[in-house]
Write a protein that binds this ligand. Structure first.
Ligand SMILES: Nc1ncnc2c1ncn2[C@@H]1O[C@H](COP(=O)(O)OP(=O)(O)O)[C@@H](O)[C@H]1O
Ligand SMILES: [Mg+2]
Length: 226
């Protein structure tokens, strides 16, 4: 079985007035299907940059990225968008829920965009909200929810279209310690239930311990955390 995500000598640089800003300088990474990997490192080391490439939001400057066994290189934007929509769910530091819609509607909108059957999608959405302990919040608007609830609903939304990969970029960055642990416990439960592959970026080494494997990004390269 090929790795679900694999990088070989991956480079990413951004143009800047002083020349190129090299953020990733030869990252090698192999993630097996169903694995939970945490990437740790100080703010600004390039964790989000790497996660955006793994999640097909951005492309590398050089090197190879294999997504579900396919070399991601010059694949056209439509194919990339299709694969991303089929396979990847995202949770970010900020929940990015649509403020004008209820929690349930926030889950149903991406399901509708993916042409999912309305009745089934609603059933799945209600199940997810229930699994994540926010079923009784389904008719609330984002502004009426606590930070912990907002992130749990963002997690439910990330899972509504049954992705194989969950990319979580500092998902607990705005939560207190209790809510951060609760979020990680629920993400772990969802991983088991749906056989998810999870890539988590965090600067919090304590929360990284929920992963099978912790890697540190430093000076543009990844190494196993001691
Ligand atoms: N689109 C961009 N253009 C230019 N520089 C960027 C861009 N995105 C990120 N950077 C820079 O790349 C470095 C790594 O950023 P980032 O991946 O967000 O790190 P982290 O997520 O670890 O905090 C930072 O110095 C940041 O300023
Ligand atoms: Mg970041």
């Amino acid at each position: 079985m090929p790795y679900i995500l694999e990088c070989k000598n991956l480079w990413k640089w951004y143009p800047s007035p002083e020349g190129r800003l090299e953020v990733l300088r030869g990252v090698d990474l192999s993630i097996s299907r169903g694995e939970f990997v945490a990437i740790v490192g100080a703010s600004g080391v390039g964790k989000s940059t790497l996660l955006h490439i793994l999640g097909l939001i951005d492309t590398q400057s050089d090197g190879e990225m294999y997504f579900d066994g396919n070399l991601f290189d010059n694949i056209n934007a439509n194919d990339t968008a299709f694969m991303r929509a089929q396979m990847v769910g995202f949770v970010f530091q900020f929940h990015h829920l649509l403020p004008e819609f209820t929690a349930l509607e926030n889950l149903l909108i991406p399901a509708m965009i993916a042409h999912k059957n309305g009745t089934k999608a609603k059933e799945h959405a209600l199940n997810l909200l229930s699994e994540l302990g926010v079923a009784e919040r389904k008719n609330h608007f984002p502004a009426q929810l606590s930070g912990g609830e907002q992130q749990r609903i963002a997690l439910a939304r990330a899972l509504i279209n049954n992705p194989e990969i969950l990319i979580a970029d500092e998902p607990t960055g705005n939560l207190d310690s209790d809510n951060a642990h609760k979020f990680m416990q629920l993400a772990t439960k969802m991983r088991e239930k749906f056989e998810l592959t999870i890539v988590l970026a965090t600067h919090n080494i304590e929360l990284a311990q929920y992963a099978d494997r912790v890697l540190r990004l430093k000076n543009g390269k990844l190494m196993p955390e001691e």
